[in-house]
Design a protein around this ligand. Structure first.
Ligand SMILES: *Cc1c(COP(=O)(O)O)cnc(C)c1O
Length: 489
């Protein structure tokens, strides 16, 4: 299958590209992105057929439905990376928490956050393509916490790809920072940038848009690519676990094949929710996809009012920082799928130029047929963490935002799959604060306190971080970023 452009074609670029081209060079005409030409309709028989399939077999069949131009042995190698997860037989456990609420745990990979679900196989696929074409790629990432460690981990020591990962110095948790600065491989560079995440991100965007910078790279025989979730190469791996989680509910006798469920997703850039939307179009019986936000509640506004309005909004830091996002990039693929390229281009250009757009009533109804949304503030989130812990389940502050939507958005008593996007170890100070009321406790102490209270162990890869040598100790002003990158490559 080929991939087409969300904002239509400018007459300069090819109107459709293969999967490999879409992932190597993810930006299309008019600043759009790539989406599949069609979403394969697999039907309920696909679910019955895979009731007893392993995660990898299921994954392989879903990828096959998109007829992507990646060799079968590369796909096998990429999917074998799920063997590194805690339980190779079930990389994504689904746990009953109470009543209709089931949690699908997406964080059992090497960096303990859900970014591994897609970035692990994606890294291998991208590097194999680069090798096959004898090309060299540079991946630039700006991270406030979870993408950085997962991107470094997946590209570590892989050929033909180098990664420069920038984080705001002082703006991440200790665990997140240590996961980055203890990475030791010749093809990885981590830069602490003085300033906040917005400073780091705008410096990066400036570089990505600079023709001079691209030309300098080209002279060194290096091309730029992106590993953020506009890359369809990540989205495709995020369809699988939605279908897997549904099948897990069937295996646990919670539902029968065909029974509708709610998917309940803590959302930022909307990659996770988009995967659920595609899964629903392919085969999953879904009543609604419930979109959970924190106080940066632009998605709640869009889904409840049909309005995307950045004019009066500024990103506010919350206790669920991976969702502190106002420009949610994968909404564009929903607009494209529902309303077509012409309308998507119009809306996205309004957003770029005027910082807002308004959907029509009938467009809003189409969105509300599929999605419902609510947001959860930090205090509500902490209450959910505490109450749920007292009920026997420990969760992180991103996952907690879903519990609000579970209470307010469901219209029917249907089984609900909440997606848990980070292990407790990544946000221990917030969780410790929720459980004990103490504040100002740093990661290392908070980890110990929670492990003791909950009678669980700190996973070795997290505990070990505090003993590991720091190999990446560059901290720079943002005007030094370009020089540092060029020195590195
Ligand atoms: C990235 C991330 C999210 C948001 O996911 P999107 O696919 O961007 O909507 C939520 N929680 C955690 C912990 C994350 O790392």
């Amino acid at each position: 299958m080929n991939f087409i452009e969300t904002r239509g074609n400018d007459g300069q670029r090819p109107a459709e590209v293969s999967f490999s081209e879409a992932i190597l060079s993810p930006i299309s005409s008019f600043g759009g992105i790539y989406s599949p030409q069609s979403i394969p309709d697999l039907g309920l028989t696909f679910l019955s057929k895979h009731l007893n399939s392993s995660y990898k077999v299921l994954a392989k069949e879903i990828l096959a439905a998109f007829e992507i131009d990646i060799d079968s042995d590369i796909i096998d190698e990429a999917l074998n990376l799920y063997d590194k997860f805690d339980d190779p037989d079930n990389p994504v456990p689904v746990i009953k928490v109470h009543d209709d609420l089931y949690v699908s745990e997406l964080y059992h990979g090497p960096t303990r956050a859900f970014k591994d679900m897609a970035l692990q196989p994606f890294g291998l696929v991208l590097s194999s393509l680069a090798q096959k074409r004898n090309e060299n790629y540079l991946i630039l990432a700006a991270t406030s916490g979870d993408t950085g460690p997962a991107a470094l981990e997946t590209f570590k020591n892989r050929s033909n790809v180098k990664v420069v990962c920038m984080y705001p110095d002082g703006g991440t948790s200790d665990v997140q920072r240590l996961q980055m600065v203890t990475e030791d491989a010749d093809n990885l560079k981590v830069l602490g940038v003085i300033g906040d995440f917005d400073d780091t991100q705008s410096a990066l965007k400036h570089l990505l848009g600079s023709d001079r910078f691209k030309q300098t790279l080209k002279n060194k025989n290096v091309q730029l690519s992106a590993a953020n979730s506009v890359n369809f190469g990540r989205i495709i791996f995020q369809i699988i676990y939605h279908i897997h989680s549904y099948l897990e509910l069937v295996r646990q006798d919670a539902i029968e094949i065909g029974e509708k469920v709610y998917l309940n997703v803590p959302s930022g850039n909307f990659g996770n929710a988009l995967g659920g939307y595609y899964a629903m179009k392919m085969c999953l019986p879904v009543e609604k996809i419930l979109i959970a936000s924190n106080n940066n509640n632009i998605l709640t506004q869009l889904i409840n009012q049909g309005r995307y309005d950045l004019r009066e909004m500024a990103v506010t830091p919350t206790t669920s920082p991976a969702m502190d996002i106002l420009k949610s990039s994968n909404i564009e693929r929903i607009l494209f799928d529902m309303f077509g390229a012409t309308r998507t281009r119009e809306l996205m250009q309004q957003l770029d130029n005027d910082h807002h757009y308004q959907l029509t009533d009938s467009e809003l109804r189409s969105i509300q047929n599929i999605f419902s949304a609510d947001f959860c503030n930090d205090d509500e989130g902490k209450d959910f963490i505490k109450a749920t812990f007292e009920n026997g389940y420990l969760m992180d502050p991103h996952t907690a935002t879903c519990f609000k939507a579970y209470n307010t958005c469901r219209e029917k008593n249907l089984k609900t799959i909440v997606y848990s996007t980070a292990e407790w170890t990544k946000f221990s100070p917030v969780i410790n604060n929720a459980l004990t009321g103490e504040s100002g406790v740093q990661d290392q102490q908070a980890l110990k306190a929670i492990a003791e209270t909950a009678h669980i162990e700190i996973p070795a890869m997290i505990d070990g971080l505090f003993e590991k040598a720091i190999t990446q100790n560059t901290i720079i002003e943002k005007d030094r970023i370009e020089t540092e990158i060029l020195n590195f490559i």
